[in-house]
Design a protein around this ligand. Structure first.
Ligand SMILES: [Zn+2]
Ligand SMILES: [Zn+2]
Length: 366
């Protein structure tokens, strides 16, 4: 998902800024998980300390009629504030209040000009992301009594006489700068989590930034390759196909009546075009821990193993393997005997191995 991971702010198909919600919401309308399982990533999962399944993000497809089919990455409108293009008046979620679709125009309640979504957010050093507390900032330096009111629109985004951005209250005339302001409070945990505000520590910092500022979204990333032996597992064997059909395995396992179990096994054998014996054998293998990876790995081991995997030459590479290399060191060294000049020869002598990775990606369509 790279730039569009959980918590990232992206531009949705309605041309509005949206925040990608977390994996609890990656389901279809019936609350079922629809994303595809990534099999044989036990090494990577263990090294990352993940004891759950790894899955691909949901991917919808457009059908011939231009409609979207299947589930997609869920997102919520963020920021929900919009400002009038003409007078700068801030409106809190005008799409919701005016009962409009996100694709429809929403108008200013005062001057009837078009509203546009604001592009400011508050972020904390702990990873919280929330709306800008506009009323709070506006009155931060003011001693006037002015109560916040989410129902009415009384704050304006404008500039002062020096051209600096300010938020101004139309009730009490208080105003304040907001760009890059540092606060000690944040209103929420994430835009899609509607619980009370998180508690901050004394040295925590909350900043008001534009949504596309580099500091707003900094996901943690770890790169890892699927290497042998996992990359070499045949995706066409019965045991493997059963392994990737955990629903069927659970179904068979849960049947207690012998006759019914026998019938289900027969049905599975018919489906997989093999003998009942083979199904039984495969089920036992899965129960015994197929595909048998139970080492205790760390990130350090992963990188070392990946390096080793590059150095090893494999024979009889199958079409569905996920890690395929071609060793070219001999060809590289053979160049030394040709008339290529001493500079190039010196460079060749510095290279220990020349290995081409022709395949590193997992083809999830398999
Ligand atoms: Zn207006
Ligand atoms: Zn005020």
């Amino acid at each position: 998902m790279s730039y569009a991971g959980v918590g990232a702010i992206v531009r949705g198909s309605e041309d509005k800024l949206m925040a990608i919600t977390d994996i609890r919401y990656w389901t279809n309308k019936s609350d079922e998980i629809t994303s595809v399982l990534i099999p044989y990533v036990t090494r990577v999962s263990m090294a990352l300390g993940i004891d759950k399944e790894l899955r691909m993000p949901p991917k919808a497809q457009e059908n011939g009629r231009g409609e979207i089919e299947g589930s997609y990455l869920p997102a919520v409108l963020f920021p929900v504030y919009a400002k009038c293009q003409k007078c700068g008046l801030l409106h809190n979620n005008p799409w919701g209040k005016q009962d409009k679709q996100l694709t429809e125009n929403v108008l200013c309640e005062v001057c009837e000009s078009q509203l546009e979504q604001t592009t400011w957010c508050s972020v904390s050093n702990k990873g919280h992301l929330s709306e800008v507390p506009w009323h709070y900032i506006c009155h931060l330096k003011s001693d006037k009594e002015c109560k916040s009111d989410f129902e009415s629109n009384y704050l304006k985004l404008t500039t002062d006489s020096n051209g600096k951005r300010i938020v101004r209250c139309h009730r009490c005339q208080s105003s304040n700068y907001y760009e890059k302001s540092q606060l000690k409070v944040i209103n929420g945990i994430q835009p899609w989590i509607y619980t009370k505000a998180p508690k901050l520590e004394d040295d925590d910092i909350v900043e008001i930034l534009e949504v596309n500022s580099p500091g707003v979204y900094l996901p943690e990333r770890v790169n890892a390759l699927v290497i042998p032996p996992e990359s070499r597992i045949s995706k066409t064997s019965i045991v493997d196909r059963l392994f990737n059909n955990s629903k069927l395995c659970r179904e068979i396992e849960s049947i207690k009546i012998p006759l019914r179990k026998k019938a289900k096994l027969k049905e599975a054998a018919r489906e997989y075009r093999c003998s009942v014996e083979e199904i039984k054998k495969s089920l036992k293998a899965i129960k015994d821990g197929y595909p048998y990876f139970d080492e205790n790995l760390t990130i350090g081991d992963l990188i070392e193993d990946e390096y080793e995997a590059f150095l090893e030459e494999f024979e009889n590479v199958a079409d569905d393997e996920d890690f395929v290399t071609v060793h070219k060191t001999k060809e590289l060294y053979a160049l030394k005997d040709e008339n290529i000049g001493s500079d190039l020869k010196a460079i060749i002598m510095m290279i220990g191995n020349h290995i081409v990775a022709t395949r590193l990606e997992r083809d999830t369509s398999i």
